[in-house]
Ligand binder design. Structure first.
Ligand SMILES: [Mg+2]
Length: 213
């Protein structure tokens, strides 16, 4: 029987918006750096590449990674600024029909978030979206190992068996495969209907959850 439901954040709870790259431009500008779109896009891409290192997040190691990749010498305060501006601004675009579903699920299960970004930033975003109170804990990749490393999911096993946990996310490879490896259940939010032959149970609209859980 499921006791805990663990949610991915980006493109699961809050949907991604392409205009968000503008926020990187503002960060650079406010920090006194070049505000060329090109430079902002490069930093954005480097942060994506950092995620692929599959290591626990750390501000120092992230700024070193960016500087190595781009041949720059940004200070670690740039990461603080990015964390804050993302936390403040990336709060729109709550997934359609999500709030009613969280009302329903929070009455039956313990809800958590497991996300590959700095906790501080993600907590701010969920607060800004006014959905933070649904979750018992919001866990970023500076608090535990990063998805899809199986150790990431072990964070939730202190008082719970893996079979009592369900991970919900939009990416089978990043969100669900690691959970499955340690014996958790996985449910795919296939909002773009792009996973035809997946081994995971899936849904494409949060309205459907009441029929599943
Ligand atoms: Mg996601």
């Amino acid at each position: 029987m499921i006791k805990k439901i663990i949610f991915d954040l980006d493109n699961t709870l809050l949907m991604f918006d392409d205009k968000q790259i503008d926020d990187y431009k503002n960060v650079l500008k406010n920090a006194g750096f070049s505000c060329e779109n090109d430079e902002a896009a490069k930093i954005y891409k480097a942060i994506g590449n950092y995620e692929l290192q599959r290591i626990k997040y750390d501000k120092e190691s992230l700024i070193n990674f960016i500087n190595n990749e781009l041949g720059t010498s940004y200070p670690v305060s740039l990461i603080d600024s990015i964390i804050k501006i993302i936390g403040k601004n990336w709060t729109n675009n709550i997934a359609p029909n999500l709030i009613e579903t969280l009302d329903y699920l929070s009455s039956k299960y313990e809800l958590y978030v497991l996300t590959n970004w700095f906790t501080e930033s993600q907590v701010m975003r969920l607060k800004g979206a006014k959905i933070d109170h649904y979750f018992k804990e919001i866990v970023g990749s500076d608090m535990c190992d990063i998805k899809p490393n199986p150790e990431s999911y072990e964070y939730f096993l202190k008082d719970t068996e893996p079979s009592e946990c369900l991970m919900i996310g939009d990416r089978p490879d990043i969100d669900l495969d690691g959970a499955l490896k340690i014996g958790m259940n996985g449910l795919l939010y296939d909002y773009k209907l792009k996973y035809k032959d997946t081994k995971y149970d899936k849904f494409n609209d949060w309205k459907q959850i009441k029929d599943i859980l």
